[in-house]
Design a binder for this molecule. Structure first.
Ligand code: 5RP
Length: 237
């Protein structure tokens, strides 16, 4: 089963790179078990000489390490090579709705993933069919990254908005997940339907919130891998 899902993720990763990545691009590379397949395909094409002069931006330590292994040159967003802008970012998602609005941050990298997505002229998301949903915010929890000092205060503010809140716990370490920026993650679920684009703004207005996992401002083209072996695209190319 897991192997089957991995095959779908790999198909989506290969399809998006082959269709959208061109030599000379400034390329944002996402995080997670789906995005890694796109990273590997970029590495493969660079090694073959079919792609040249890629300047990458890695959205997490996990992706940086993959770039190191594959010898994909990567830079900070502030570097002269990238100067705060990207041609294309490719990333995974936790859920995708019919407007191609997303929930991201299952891997805790939402802050830098959002910087990359919103700094990109084009944004592409790769998912297997299990990530498609009708309504965001009621199934997969929306991550909210908060400064540690604001944990209780933000929890109360989120509960006032009607959300059930839980502090994300680390695995194989006692206590909470600490993000790559020294913050905590509150995972929230709404009991009734919310407008993701309104909520994306509203959550960030709570003092102490650094970023949230609704992605609605730069709707991506979505590559969806289906279990019948096909990969379909949805949204603007
Ligand atoms: C990490 C993310 C990932 O893209 C998202 O969680 C999907 O991960 P996966 O492809 O492993 O299911 O947003 O912060």
């Amino acid at each position: 089963m897991e192997q089957d899902t991995n095959r779908l993720k790999e198909a989506a990763g290969k399809a998006v790179v082959d269709a959208m990545v061109k030599s000379g691009m400034k390329l944002g590379l996402g995080t997670g078990s789906t995005a890694v397949h796109a990273v590997r395909r970029v590495g493969e094409l660079l090694a073959q000489g079919a792609l040249r002069d890629i300047r990458a931006f890695a959205t997490s330590f996990q992706t940086e390490i993959e770039c190191e292994k594959l010898e994909i040159p990567f830079y900070t967003l502030n570097s002269r090579e990238l100067s705060g802008g990207l041609d294309l970012t490719i990333d995974g998602a936790d859920e995708v709705d019919p407007s191609n609005f997303l929930i991201k941050g299952g891997g805790g990298a939402l802050l830098i993933e959002k910087l990359a997505a919103y700094a990109s002229s084009s944004f592409a998301v790769i998912v297997d069919e299990s990530k498609l949903t009708e309504k965001l915010g009621m199934g997969f929890p929306v991550p909210v990254e908060v400064v540690p000092e604001a944990r209780v205060q933000v929890t109360k503010a989120l509960e006032k908005l009607g959300a059930a809140v839980s502090l994300r716990e680390a695995v194989r370490k006692a206590g909470p997940v600490i993000t790559e920026h020294g913050n905590l993650i509150l995972d929230i679920r709404f009991g009734s339907s919310v407008d993701p684009s309104v909520m994306e703004t509203e959550l960030n207005q709570i003092p102490g919130v650094v970023e949230n996992g609704f992605f609605t401002r730069n709707p991506p083209v979505v590559y969806i891998a289906f279990s019948n072996g096909t990969v379909e695209t949805r949204g603007r190319q």
